[in-house]
Design a binder for this molecule. Structure first.
Ligand code: NAP
Ligand code: ZN
Length: 343
């Protein structure tokens, strides 16, 4: 089969590899759709730790074509979404139920081979069966939406509160929809006009090009600020956009070593709480339910679908103007169905 593998920092290629064989407790899926995430580019650039050589891709759906010992026979033939994060279950954070903080966390598509391939193997307990009829391309949004849900759970917007979302990428546009579903008024900040239009079409109360422009629309700021851009400017702006007694949640990934100036006296005097949200602890099933019910719209976020062969270039290059989510359809362009798969 073909897989797109990060060989080392800055070196991503499509190569031919054997179809993996599921071990005990694992399933093999034929990948139907896989999303390229901002984090994949961070991995490519060496800005976020991973263990190359590794096939990237942590947001994907696929059909189970084989299973290892000790797995549910009912999974065969089912279309599933992969929850890529594998916690050890034994370290102190795991024992407290905080599995995203596991000290030995392994992620599919980061530390072990992921979904940028025709087939992928992962633990069966990380497979969630998609609701009948859910488009596998839409199912590929379950993982990013699950991360946004964790962020929203931490920020816990209340009906009628104001929420400012910084960043009009997938994470920002999904977080926007969750804040709206919670009954909040929303204002999304992103530099590109097409993304502001998209935010408004998804129900944002308002949109602005800069944090300063957001303050002109909502003087005094918002009860909750969700940082979803992952750049120093928006991280620095997040607490400043929170009202007195407000809260800010950081989701964006900044390269290791990046520092941002924040004024502690401002946080203190205005009692602004600064939180962060990492990954998707126990939120992926809810994400699947929200997409399945149409409560969170993902179709409008798909900018283009590409074959596996175009993936290395898509990861290497920064997103094109206006582009939100690029999906890889390994089977849509290669005859994955003819690849020899056990089971
Ligand atoms: P993305 O597509 O790159 O989106 C980020 C958006 O931020 C861009 O579309 C850009 O849009 C906007 N932006 C950049 N600079 C800005 C600025 N100065 N002011 C306002 N907006 C700005 O990435 P993504 O996939 O949505 O992910 C967002 C971040 O979350 C990434 O850092 C990613 O690694 C991280 N992430 C975190 C988690 C988690 O668990 N915490 C999970 C997934 C992803 P414009 O060009 O329109 O400004
Ligand atoms: Zn991701």
């Amino acid at each position: 089969m073909f897989a797109t593998r990060l060989m080392r920092t800055g070196d991503i290629r499509m190569i031919e590899v054997p179809v993996p064989v599921p071990g005990p407790g694992e399933v093999l899926v034929r990948v139907l759709a896989a999303g390229i995430c901002g984090t994949d580019r961070h991995l490519f650039l060496g800005e976020f730790p991973c263990t190359p050589p590794v096939t990237l891709g942590h947001e994907f759906t696929g059909t189970v074509t084989a299973r290892g010992d000790g797995t549910d026979p009912g999974l065969l033939g089912r279309t599933v979404t992969c929850d890529p994060n594998i916690a050890c279950g034994r370290c102190p954070p795991c024992l407290e139920g905080r599995v995203n903080l596991c000290t030995a966390l392994q992620a599919v598509g980061v530390h072990r081979d992921g979904g940028f391939a025709e087939f992928a193997v992962f633990p069966a307990h990380r497979a969630l069966v998609l609701p009948d009829g859910l488009d596998p391309r839409h199912g590929a949004f379950c993982e990013p939406l699950a991360c946004c849900l964790h962020g929203i759970d931490i920020g816990s917007p209340k009906p009628g509160e104001r929420v400012i979302i910084l960043g009009g990428g997938v994470i920002g546009l999904l977080t926007l929809q969750l804040a709206r579903a919670a009954g909040a008024e929303t204002l999304l900040v992103t530099r590109q006009a097409s993304k502001r239009d998209l935010a408004l079409s998804l129900g944002a109360t308002a949109a602005a090009a800069t944090p300063q422009a957001a303050l002109e629309i909502w003087p005094g700021g918002a009860e909750l600020v969700m940082e979803c851009a992952g750049v120093p400017e928006t991280v620095a702006a997040a607490p400043r956009l929170a009202r007195r007694g407000g809260r800010a949640v950081l989701l964006g990934v900044l390269p290791a070593g990046t520092t941002v100036a924040i004024e502690p006296l401002d946080l203190l005097l205005r009692e602004v709480a600064l939180h962060s949200a990492f990954l998707n602890p126990f939120t992926q099933a809810r994400a699947m339910a929200l997409i399945g019910a149409g409560r969170v719209k993902v179709d409008a976020l798909i900018s283009r679908c590409i074959p596996l062969a175009e993936l290395p270039d898509a990861v290497r290059a920064p997103a094109r103007p206006g582009e939100v989510k690029v999906l890889v359809l390994p089977g849509g362009h290669h005859d994955a169905g003819s690849a020899a798969a056990p089971g």
